[in-house]
Ligand binder design. Structure first.
Ligand SMILES: Nc1ncnc2c1ncn2[C@@H]1O[C@H](COP(=O)(O)OP(=O)(O)O)[C@@H](O)[C@H]1O
Ligand SMILES: [Mg+2]
Length: 290
């Protein structure tokens, strides 16, 4: 995939209301040896929205992200992109679709500058060879298009950047490539209050530009500040996907900690299959959730 010559190009395909979701996972299962980490997980991600993915430590959030990013392809289930079933079995396959992941550890190189980091691994492909001047301009344009003003020079080494700036560079790197879906794994986990606010503003801007954003976070304040929808993983199962406006902080916390709560029932009051399971958890069976 080539970089956006002008950043606005990457966002031209904003979804109309009846367009299929950009990304849809259905019945995803993933095990590592005997450990069944993801169980029949459904997830719907729409353009122009921030979908928060929440859940306790070990719930399977990062594993789900790695399935989306092609690092750990799912054992079973479907992966639909813009309504079409696709096979995403490598990071390259995900990138070809326009699915970019900003991993928890960021994977930036301290000894390289911002431009070098943004183009790392993709400086030259068969279809495009970029010179330093063009790369520098594209990096600067991308940051400017995201209204990033905290970075003074794109020739600054990443080692000299603050945590918030590093996160910004990682996000800018993800959107440089005509991305349609950007997944951010705990982008504010290591940040202070002011930097968190900056990164959250950036997250919101990405969605407002028409990208589909998946935000993984532990922090309910962050989630309620920017998310349109909230997906809750509990012990590897998706227990609820709700509109942020339909739930309270405490309902989401209850879903995260117990896997059940008012929100699941409110989501589909007439759903006959949404009954409490034998173990007391209320969950919608695969494919039956509205
Ligand atoms: N590569 C792996 N091999 C074995 N188990 C793993 C691997 N990756 C994750 N797990 C297990 O999967 C579960 C979910 O982990 P993870 O997806 O990192 O959760 P979260 O990001 O929600 O904290 C944990 O029990 C973890 O130990
Ligand atoms: Mg994680």
């Amino acid at each position: 995939m080539s970089p956006a010559t002008s950043i606005s190009e990457g966002y031209s395909a904003s979804a109309s209301p009846d367009a299929p979701p950009v990304l849809e996972l259905r019945g995803i299962n993933k095990s590592f040896g005997p450990v069944h980490v993801l169980r029949d997980v459904d997830l719907t991600v729409r353009a122009g929205e921030v979908t928060a993915l929440v859940g306790d430590n070990g719930a399977g959030k990062s594993t789900l992200v790695k399935c989306i990013g092609g690092i750990h392809p799912a054992d079973s289930g479907s992966y639909l992109f813009e309504g079409q079933p696709v096979k995403v079995d490598s990071p390259r396959a995900a990138a070809e679709l326009g699915v970019e992941i900003v991993y928890q550890d960021l994977a930036l190189c301290d000894n390289l500058d911002i431009v070098q980091n943004m183009f790392l691994g993709r400086e030259t492909t068969k279809r495009f060879v970029l010179d330093e001047v063009t790369m520098e301009q594209l990096a600067a344009d991308t940051l400017a298009s995201l209204s990033v003003r905290t970075v003074t020079s794109v020739r600054q080494r990443v080692a000299s950047l603050s945590g918030g700036q590093r996160q910004t560079v990682a996000i800018a790197k993800a959107v440089l490539w005509n991305s349609k879906v950007v997944v951010l794994d705990e982008p504010t986990a290591a940040l202070g209050v002011a930097q968190t606010a900056q990164v959250l503003e950036l997250v919101r801007r990405l969605a407002d530009k028409g990208l589909a954003v998946v935000l993984i976070s532990h922090n309910m304040n962050d989630v309620f500040a920017v998310a349109d929808r909230i997906a809750v993983l509990y012990l590897g199962r998706m227990t609820a996907q709700v509109s942020t406006s339909d739930v309270t902080h405490s309902q989401v916390v209850e879903l995260i900690t117990t896997g059940r709560g008012a929100a699941t029932r409110r989501e589909a009051p007439d759903e006959p299959n949404g009954t409490a399971g034998a173990d007391g958890t209320s969950e919608w069976k695969n494919g039956e959730r509205p």
